[in-house]
Write a protein that binds this ligand. Sequence first.
Ligand SMILES: [Zn+2]
Length: 60
Amino acid sequence: MAEKTRECPSCALEGPSDASECPYCGYEFPGPHPRWQVWTAFAVAALLVWPLLRLIDHLF
Ligand SMILES: [Zn+2]
């Protein structure tokens, strides 16, 4: 029998396993693409692109 609930690490209450956040305390479960991870990827990409743009600007 498959578990359809999961325990919230924040408030320790059982919530639906398909929910993206805890219905009791609002804790955001780590999903495939959490918001912070998207922004971190965006920040890393910007940090990689910025010196490249500076270099191109220096060359021409
Ligand atoms: Zn909770």
